[in-house]
Design a protein around this ligand. Structure first.
Ligand code: ATP
Ligand code: MG
Length: 433
């Protein structure tokens, strides 16, 4: 399939018909546009990262990353729709409607002595963690700074050439996940790589060698040093990428749950009720994603924290706090405790609380109350949550049947479809005559 030329890096050429199919079918035209514009401006530009890995594995890429020797400022000048983001690791987002092409400048080597935390370019903590990773370099250095060999393949779409510095193509064939460089150093530099390793093992069905697994477990406690907002973003990629149920088992296997979820102990036990609920919810999320349905991260976090909310609520009720107050106190406490690990944005916290609150409202089935509950904006999520609790065996299967039947008997009027005005809005209102 690939014509391989022995050189450093190894260059593999796609055969031309195959190349055209690959490019036409799998690569985003926006990513190709970005590469072409950078090249016209005399910069180097390649497609890199997960997209090539996934295409070569016959999977559909989730997003497209471009690597270039243009600096973030130079990239921004070339694209009106570009935004420089990040401080620790500056990248440029180029937006095309709903699609974002992520463009990174080739990274270079860090001077081992540079530990100045105030530097915008390079800063390393005394534990070896990279606090700023904005030293630019060439393509070979960039390949060395990437995490896994299969993520360090560069494609030149015009030549149909894949540049492979670290045996990534062989590892793809062997289905092996190899960290580039010494695992201890690389996990210390960025402990999030521990989560990324677990994610790729699960997503790609790849193997990891025992030394890397041992190093992952040894360095996982460094995840406590990662900001709760970065950990939240990484967590979404774990649970909401279509393989959540399997991913959760991998997280348990690698003992990573304590760094991600506050009440992790019952969730690690496959026979416990909280875990059964989590499994049902993750399976449900995977199914929805495979059917192209929408999901909200609020739902899965509402599931993970529900047993905690109930436990805390019982403590308050035991001290004669009224039910409603006990619930709100418990919800706030559970979200605060979880927020110390992964920062859940406010709007999602509100949605979680509404889903929980509906669990009480759904127990009230008098005609008047039912009529009000069914029109609650979060009713559908609350009802799905109730069905999962029944499926997991937390509550008997009665209420769910009631609400299923109720919706059949009382179908809600269809929401009017939004019509979009395709005409450009006038800049100024008409002058009064
Ligand atoms: P996917 O998009 O399927 O999640 P990906 O490999 O493309 O997988 P991204 O997070 O999009 O992951 O990152 C793009 C590329 O950037 C990676 O393939 C890898 O080469 C590099 N990269 C991302 N995060 C890190 C990291 N923490 N350390 C080193 N390299 C990284
Ligand atoms: Mg990607």
């Amino acid at each position: 399939m690939l014509t391989i030329v022995n050189s450093k890096p190894a260059i593999s050429y796609l055969q031309s018909s195959e190349q055209q199919t690959l490019i036409d079918k799998c690569i985003s035209t926006n990513a190709l546009k970005v590469i072409s514009r950078l090249k016209k401006a005399n910069f180097k530009a390649y497609l890199v990262g997960g997209a090539i890995r996934d295409i070569l594995l016959g999977k559909h890429p989730k997003d497209f990353d471009v690597a270039t020797d243009a600096t973030p400022e130079e990239i921004r000048k070339l694209f009106k729709n570009a935004l420089i983001i990040g401080r620790r690791f500056q990248i440029v987002h180029i937006r095309f409607g709903r699609e974002i092409i992520e463009v990174t400048t080739f990274r270079g080597k860090h001077e081992p002595t540079e530990t100045n935390k105030k530097s915008k370019v390079s800063a390393i903590s005394k534990e070896g963690m990279l606090l700023r990773d904005n030293v630019f370099g060439n393509m070979e250095e960039d390949a060395e700074r990437r995490d896994f060999s299969v993520n360090a393949l560069y494609l030149d779409p015009d030549k149909g050439a894949i540049y492979d510095y670290h045996n990534g193509l062989k590892d793809l064939d062997d289905r092996a996940l190899h960290l580039i460089g010494d695992p201890d150093t690389r996990f210390k530099e960025d402990p999030v790589r521990v989560l990324r390793a677990a994610r790729f093992v699960s997503k790609l069905d790849f193997t990891l060698d025992n030394d890397t697994i041992a190093s992952m477990k040894a360095h996982a406690p460094l995840l406590h040093k990662i900001s709760p907002s970065r950990l939240f973003d990484e967590s979404l990629k774990l649970y909401n990428a279509g393989f959540g149920e399997k991913m959760f088992r991998t997280l348990c296997e690698f003992e990573l749950l304590p760094y991600l979820l506050f009440d992790h102990k019952p969730l690690s036990d496959e026979q416990s009720l909280p875990r059964k609920l989590a499994d049902c919810a993750l399976k449900n999320t995977d199914k929805r994603l495979s059917e192209g349905k929408s999901i909200t991260p609020a739902f899965i976090y509402a599931v993970f924290l529900w047993p905690t909310v109930q436990r805390l609520m019982d403590t308050h009720k035991a001290q004669d706090v009224p039910l409603f107050t006990a619930f709100h106190l418990a919800a706030t406490e559970a979200q605060t405790l979880q927020g110390q690990l992964t920062h859940i944005p406010k709007r999602l916290q509100t949605a979680m609380r509404e889903i929980w609150e509906l669990q009480f409202r759904l127990t009230q089935t008098t005609p008047k109350k039912a009529e009000r509950t069914v029109t609650h904006p979060r009713f559908r999520a609350g009802y799905d949550f109730l069905l999962l609790r029944e499926e997991a065996g937390e509550i008997p299967t009665e209420l769910g049947a009631f609400w299923t039947e109720y919706q059949k008997q009382h179908p809600l009027p269809e929401k009017p479809k939004k019509t979009y005005n395709t005409r450009k809005p006038r800049r100024r209102p008409n002058k009064p005559k």
